[in-house]
Design a protein around this ligand. Structure first.
Ligand SMILES: Cc1cc2nc3c(=O)[nH]c(=O)nc-3n(C[C@H](O)[C@H](O)[C@H](O)COP(=O)(O)OP(=O)(O)OC[C@H]3O[C@@H](n4cnc5c(N)ncnc54)[C@H](O)[C@@H]3O)c2cc1C
Length: 494
């Protein structure tokens, strides 16, 4: 059974949902408030495309194994188009530290542990052109969805609302669009919770602040220059009070991110200034070679994005959905901290859950229930793992500001947890089978932490525990200035 489906938002999730649904024969119309990408190459999309609807558009994105494998296995021609636009495959072997690289022997499954690297503008433009070429899919640009059309639920009035279409504004004119199914893929600023509330249906929301601000600056290698070799000093890491990462892009572009706790007011002010941003980068050994004057030049000023939260919106209370023929996917429903790079992959998972549920049953109520149950079963473990990482990061950063040891160890359970964590960290750096396991979690190829059930990995981690915490903890330290040293470097008091 196929349907006329309206999708709100032609961001990454909206477009991937359209691809999944169109391959099942549904007719899809995407409504997008922003304009289409400008004609031209990746640079035109990056520098000139007005993307007010997606605030994260110019921040770097890495696309994890889950998303990449899905594209490779189901849409190989789309993958070819990414490569043609300059996107790069960075495989497991390329990400190995030098000490593991020397003895690396490929194993089955390693080819699933890869990322696709390029600017988000490039990814979006390529997916868009692909979506535009699909039969039965139309993208309507410059059109703001301003509300939803619903049918009265009948008795009792607590029955789910039946969503029947959208209210639109285009060029100042109002219009209505009816659809058999409406999908909200309008991202983090979705208005649907407000529209449901106006109809007496409160959407319950879990909402936790990650208490960080995320800053980016873009650079380009000088002609003839190459990227610095991956060495012992990682180009991404955590100094406790500051997280950093280099994102190699396409066509000699790369970006650097610096994440700072919200409470670090002076540091945040510094990161926003170009010369201070570069000074911070130059002080971190794994990042410094990227920003050396003879290697690269900046192509943008530093810019930031706040309001980094873990958000889960509940469109059903238990077995009782608020609406039928309505589904919220991607950031409109679930958001995690971008530091983990999971948003696009979980969005694609969500889009696939929707396509499968529509295939399974024609009954609107069963569809709403199944969609909610499968979302909980498949996305909740990822959300929970991200949230606990956020909470650990907040505690860690606060302890550094207060000059305390991180997490006082006053119980055997805490001691064991700390010793296990340190042993796992050290084993990950030195033992390739442990790193492989961790990478399966990182790339969302299995439930978070599933690899720790593997007997060989468990044995290795316990063996590392016997080496003693001191030795293992040393492997955890990232090379880079302490907070006090950084404050001195930036010439303000800490
Ligand atoms: C700083 C940052 C860095 C990130 N890095 C990564 C990363 O490395 N890897 C990763 O996988 N994820 C990353 N993410 C997460 C990722 O950006 C999101 O998970 C992903 O974009 C979600 O896609 P979406 O389609 O749901 O939302 P979006 O991509 O935000 O798209 C929503 C779309 O809806 C449109 N829209 C909104 N309202 C309306 C309306 N009323 N009418 C019509 N159109 C509307 C918007 O214009 C937009 O095009 C990052 C996020 C941030 C904030």
């Amino acid at each position: 059974m196929t349907h006329d489906i309206a999708i709100v938002g032609a961001g990454i999730c909206g477009m991937c949902t359209a691809i999944s649904l169109a391959s099942d024969g549904h007719r899809v119309t995407l409504f997008e408030r922003d304009s289409a990408p400008p004609p031209g190459d990746a640079d035109a999309a990056f520098f000139d495309w007005q993307r007010r609807g997606a605030a994260q558009f110019r921040h770097p994105h890495a696309f994890l194994g889950l998303m990449c494998n899905l594209i490779r296995d189901h849409y190989p021609e789309l993958l070819e188009q990414f490569y043609a636009a300059g996107a790069r495959r960075v495989g497991f072997d390329e990400m190995l530290p030098p000490e593991l690289k020397a003895d690396y022997v490929p194993e089955p499954g390693d080819d699933n542990l890869w990322v696709l690297m390029c600017r988000r503008a490039t990814i979006e433009t390529v997916i868009r052109r692909y979506v535009e070429s699909l039969d039965g899919v139309e993208i309507v640009n410059d059109t703001q969805v301003t509300g939803m059309l619903t049918q009265a639920p009948g008795e009792p009035s607590s029955n789910p609302l039946n969503v029947t279409g959208l209210a639109l504004r285009h060029d100042g004119a109002e219009a209505k669009f009816t659809a058999e199914i409406v999908v909200d893929a309008s991202g983090r600023t979705s208005r649907f919770p407000r529209w449901f509330a106006e109809l007496g249906r409160e959407i319950e929301e879990e909402n936790e602040d990650a208490e960080i601000v995320y800053y980016t600056r873009h650079y380009r290698l000088h002609p003839g220059q190459t990227e610095p070799p991956r060495g012992k000093r990682p180009a991404a890491g955590d100094l406790g009070y500051l997280k950093f990462g280099v994102f190699p892009g396409e066509n000699r572009h790369f970006a650097i991110i610096i994440c700072v706790p919200v409470g670090e007011t002076e540091l945040r002010a510094a990161v926003r200034r170009a010369e201070q941003f570069d000074r911070i980068c130059a002080s971190i050994p794994g990042v410094a070679p990227w920003v050396a004057d003879d290697r690269s030049e900046a192509t943008t000023e530093p810019f930031g994005i706040g309001d980094i939260r873990a958000v889960w919106r509940h469109y059903a209370a238990g077995d009782a959905p608020v609406a039928t023929n309505f589904f919220a996917v991607g950031d409109a429903a679930i958001r995690t901290n971008p530091l983990y790079g999971r948003g696009c992959s979980t969005s694609i998972m969500h889009a696939n859950i929707l396509a499968e549920v529509l295939r399974t049953t024609p009954d609107p109520l069963s569809r709403a229930r199944q969609f909610d149950a499968r979302t909980e079963a498949e996305l909740r473990p990822i959300y929970d793992a991200s949230l606990s990482e956020d909470q650990r990061g907040i505690r860690h950063a606060q302890a550094i500001v207060d000059g305390r040891t991180i997490d006082k160890i006053d119980t055997v359970k805490k001691w064991f947890g700390r010793a296990f964590g340190d042993a796992l960290g050290a084993a990950t750096r030195e033992q390739i089978h442990v790193l492989r396991g961790l990478m399966r979690t990182f790339h969302l190829l299995e439930k978070p932490g599933e690899f720790l059930k593997d007997k060989r990995i468990k044995r290795t981690v316990f063996r590392y525990m016997l080496r003693g915490r001191k030795r293992n903890a040393a492997a955890r330290l990232q090379p880079g200035p302490s907070r006090t040293e950084m404050y001195e470097l930036l010439q303000f008091d800490g």
